[in-house]
Write a new protein. Structure first.
Length: 411
């Protein structure tokens, strides 16, 4: 019996295992994951799970019994430490080894560490947190208290989602963003300005161009008491959450001799250069046909799509991964949905006004729609997905005109 070994028990790894069974695979399927939990969804970690509205059971990708039913072996709290591709063997942290026929890296990523004076000297800091795992949020929860002062380092999606949840929980919240605007890496100035306004109206203090230079700790060195920025300003803190991006977990693949360029390099069938090794999810750099370049995406839809492609590839089918990237973010009462990649756009068309809490933004390049954001407009988003997938040529004035139903613009 063939053995398919999946390293990484996240959303991509779990989806692949079940997709393999759905595609008819009779292989022995083993997932190894270094977290102590069955695969779970991360998006709620900075939203409903942080806010205490759902518990861990609601986060699981599949109920635990489903693994037995589908005959999928799930080994948690075990880390893959070494891969020997010529012998096709993986060494695990419990000292055991596993021979594989096919190996899939689904190793995701880890938070980019904060570089600031004092952080490295104080490894025990009990109130300085990152946010990637259930364990991280469970630690944050101890200090997630109304009246506490929370400082968020990084004004990306994770930072802003945590800010919204903390503010709604009655905390005093300050966001320190190094760039001149929040969400600078992922969106246009108009959308950044919208989110800055919404957060400020809700009582979040947003400080941009705020480059963190050092931390101040209490006498014992066990807790951060303030964050110091390069302009000399000091922000007192009871709890600090750092959200400054992700480093893909590629070291294991790289040490085994596979090509890594900010992501394990794979083709549209999720194959590496080794015919017996695939990679999926946040840890991969893969070709995107629509945009004519390689990308690394950090999103659930991408993880799921690549997992389905990998399942097909492993079952001898040809199902290239050509999905249009999409993503979402929930902050306060706002549901933001994004489709496509906006970089390189030459025109931004707004449908509705960013001074309200419901509008859409379309990104155009040479007359075609290449990406869109929809805030509290799920119907617009459905149509935007089609416009982006087809890279539709659309008259911008009709796109902006709310008296024209959007669906008449999509063929
Ligand atoms: P991961 O979920 O990171 O899983 C990889 C797993 O592999 C991890 O458990 C890791 O510990 C394990 N692992 C790594 N190396 C080894 C090893 N050597 N041996 C064993 N195990 C190993 N996406 C959206 O689309 N929408 C959202 O709103 C959204 N919100 C998010 C909010 C937060 C707070 C976070 C952290 C992420 C969010 N994302 C969101 C991103 C999304 O969760 C990821 O894109 C998705 O989880 C990627 O899945 P993955 O399986 O590739 O990686």
């Amino acid at each position: 019996q063939q053995l398919i070994l999946i390293v990484g028990a996240g959303q991509a790894g779990a989806e692949l295992a079940f997709a393999l069974r759905q595609t008819g695979s009779t292989a022995r399927i083993v997932i190894v994951g270094d977290e102590p939990f069955a695969p779970y969804q991360r998006p709620p970690l900075s939203k409903s799970y942080l806010a205490g509205k759902v518990d861990l059971a609601a986060l699981y990708v599949k109920p635990k019994e489903a693994y037995d039913t589908a005959n999928i072996e799930l080994r948690t709290a075990v880390r893959a430490e070494h891969v020997d591709r010529s012998a096709k063997v993986v060494r695990l942290s419990d000292g055991s080894t596993m021979l594989y026929d096919k190996l899939v890296f689904a190793t995701g990523g880890r938070p980019r560490p904060l570089q600031a004076k004092g952080v490295q000297d104080a490894p025990r800091l009990g109130n300085l947190h990152y946010l990637r795992t259930v364990g991280d949020v469970d630690r944050i929860h101890r200090q997630f208290q109304p009246g506490f002062r929370m400082v968020l380092i990084g004004g990306g999606y994770v930072g802003l989602e945590v800010a919204a949840a903390a503010r709604e929980h009655g905390m005093h919240v300050t966001v320190l963003e190094a760039m001149p605007r929040v969400l600078a890496r992922v969106t246009v100035p108009e959308i950044s300005a919208f989110y800055e306004r919404v957060h400020r109206e809700a009582g979040v203090e947003i400080r941009t161009s705020a480059v963190v230079s050092s931390i101040v700790t209490d006498e014992s060195g066990d807790a951060v008491t303030a964050i110091v920025c390069s302009d000399g300003s000091t922000t007192p803190a009871d709890v600090v959450v750092v959200g400054i991006g992700l480093l893909p977990n590629t070291e294991l693949a790289e040490r085994s001799g596979l090509e890594v360029k900010d992501g394990i390099v794979v083709d549209e069938l999720t194959r590496t250069a080794d015919p017996d090794v695939l990679a999926i999810g946040d840890c991969t750099r893969h070709p995107n046909v629509m945009y004519g370049r390689h990308v690394r995406l950090e999103s659930v839809p991408n993880a799921l799509e690549q997992a389905r492609t990998a399942a097909a590839t492993l079952c001898g089918q040809h199902r290239p991964h050509h999905a249009v990237p999409w993503f979402w973010s929930d902050q306060f009462d706002l549901k933001l949905q994004m489709v496509g990649l906006a970089d390189g756009h030459d025109r931004l068309v707004l449908r509705g006004s960013t001074s309200t809490r419901s509008f859409s933004a379309f990104y155009m390049k040479e007359g075609r729609v290449i990406a869109a954001d929809a805030v509290n407009r799920p119907q617009d988003f459905m149509i935007a997905k089609r416009l982006v997938a087809q890279q539709s040529m659309v008259d911008p004035s009709r796109l902006a005109d709310e008296s024209q139903p959007l669906k008449t613009l999509a063929s």
